[in-house]
Ligand binder design. Structure first.
Ligand SMILES: Cc1cc2nc3c(=O)[nH]c(=O)nc-3n(C[C@H](O)[C@H](O)[C@H](O)COP(=O)(O)OP(=O)(O)OC[C@H]3O[C@@H](n4cnc5c(N)ncnc54)[C@H](O)[C@@H]3O)c2cc1C
Length: 373
């Protein structure tokens, strides 16, 4: 094996999973995270059957499920609450494990971060790369604290505004605002909300994601064509007024959105790098190369899969250029399809397209992501 020491830039879901996946195949990693303190949103994330399967391969499934809410089916409703469709999930990790989960982003971060550290990854916060230079055999790095290091490989897992991507491609690939935003808020979980429930209307789509016995989160995707900036003191009111007053469970929940500080708002941006995701000894994973909208709930799923495939290709091929090329070839089309189809759902909402068959896009995605990576 020609790879012994790797630098991972970015401690999000992709970077932490890469650290774990590499250690599982005997490759050690240092990870640097630019934020001096972890800033993980207090809301949750949907992880579908492909992610549950990959958590098993990462060797973290039990501790992950301990802090997640398990569920099998996903249901689709009108905004008033009338049922439209059910999408049964496949238990890809084994019959004894759930198909899907809802999990707090903080809890997921704790599981991944503690596992990476227990496996020997050195994680340093408040640290980033100021400059790097690569040659045929490795990468020389200068960090922002003026320390230096030499690595066999540098992995850019630094998200949609990736600095590492900028070093490779300049301004060739930059994020685009899609015209929508997502509002999220944690709420107490009523007993009946035991799986992911989505609610659609012409103005917006909403969802309820159970996270724990006493917790769920509500998300609202809204049209924001001018990409407005909101003052923190108006967040709760802005979120409330994006939920239609049409009767039914979702309308009723509006009144519980009262704390501006607990609202998480995110304008949606996308980016796809349509060029190889590596150059010599530098490779990119996750949102740094394929950031999409959350309409299919698969962005983090693709970052996690990237991490595993990269570790696998590096482990199975002594020729690093061939290994990186295999990683790119195995990931490109899968990530492209999720990126494209997520955007298509968002565009159908923006254009209020009556012919768009949302249900078959969801079914296709579920069948597609169930395939092995
Ligand atoms: C509203 C919304 C809802 C979503 N819901 C879901 C969902 O339900 N399911 C799902 O699968 N996906 C979802 N996603 C997508 C998912 O959040 C992302 O795809 C995923 O977080 C990408 O992980 P990443 O590690 O590639 O990047 P990031 O999570 O962006 O992590 C990058 C990390 O790198 C650090 N960093 C940045 N620059 C530097 C630097 N120069 N040096 C060092 N560190 C740096 C950052 O601080 C950060 O910690 C959602 C996205 C949005 C916007």
């Amino acid at each position: 094996m020609t790879i012994n020491k790797v630098l991972i830039v970015g401690g999000g879901i992709g970077g932490l999973c890469a650290a774990i996946a590499l250690r599982r195949v005997g490759i050690s990693a240092d990870l640097v995270e630019i934020q001096s303190e972890w800033r993980v949103y207090g809301v949750g994330i949907i992880q579908q059957n492909n992610v549950v399967r990959e958590m098993q391969r990462l060797g973290v499934l039990e501790r992950y499920l301990d802090v997640a809410w398990p569920f099998d089916k996903v249901s689709l409703h009108t905004m008033e609450g009338h049922p439209l469709a059910n999408f049964p999930g496949e238990r890809l990790a084994g019959a004894q494990f759930p198909a899907n989960v809802g999990i707090s982003r903080l809890k997921l971060h704790e599981v991944l971060c503690s596992t990476a550290e227990e496996l020997g990854t050195t994680i340093t916060t408040g640290k980033t790369v100021d400059a790097f230079e690569q040659d045929e055999h490795g990468v020389d790095v200068v960090f922002n604290d003026q320390t230096t290091g030499r690595y066999d490989l540098l992995i850019g897992a630094d998200g949609i505004y990736s600095m590492i991507r900028g070093q490779l491609y300049g301004n060739r690939f930059t994020p685009r605002f899609t015209g929508q935003g997502v509002w999220r808020y944690n709420l107490p979980r009523p007993a009946g909300i035991d799986h992911l429930m989505c609610f659609i209307s012409e103005e917006c789509n909403c969802g309820l994601v159970p996270l724990a016995e006493d917790l769920m989160y509500l998300f609202v995707t809204s049209h924001e064509p001018e990409n407005p900036r909101f003052a923190r003191h108006e967040f709760a009111e802005q979120m409330r007024c994006r939920i239609p007053d049409c009767g039914g469970m979702i309308s009723d929940l509006r009144h519980q959105i009262v704390d501006d500080g607990q609202v998480v708002y995110k304008p949606l941006e996308e980016l796809f790098v349509d060029a190889p995701w590596f150059e010599n000894r530098v490779v990119l994973i996750g949102d740094a190369v394929h950031a999409t909208t959350p309409h299919l709930g698969q962005g983090a799923g693709m970052a996690i899969e990237d991490a595993l495939v990269l570790a696998e290709t590096l482990h199975s091929d002594d020729d690093i250029q061939r290994a990186l090329s295999n990683y790119y070839l195995r990931r490109r089309d899968r990530c492209y399809r999720i990126w494209r189809d997520s955007l298509r759902v968002g565009e159908s909402e923006i254009n209020n397209d009556p012919l768009f068959d949302r249900q078959s896009v969801i079914r296709d995605m579920m069948m597609f992501t169930a395939r092995p990576i």
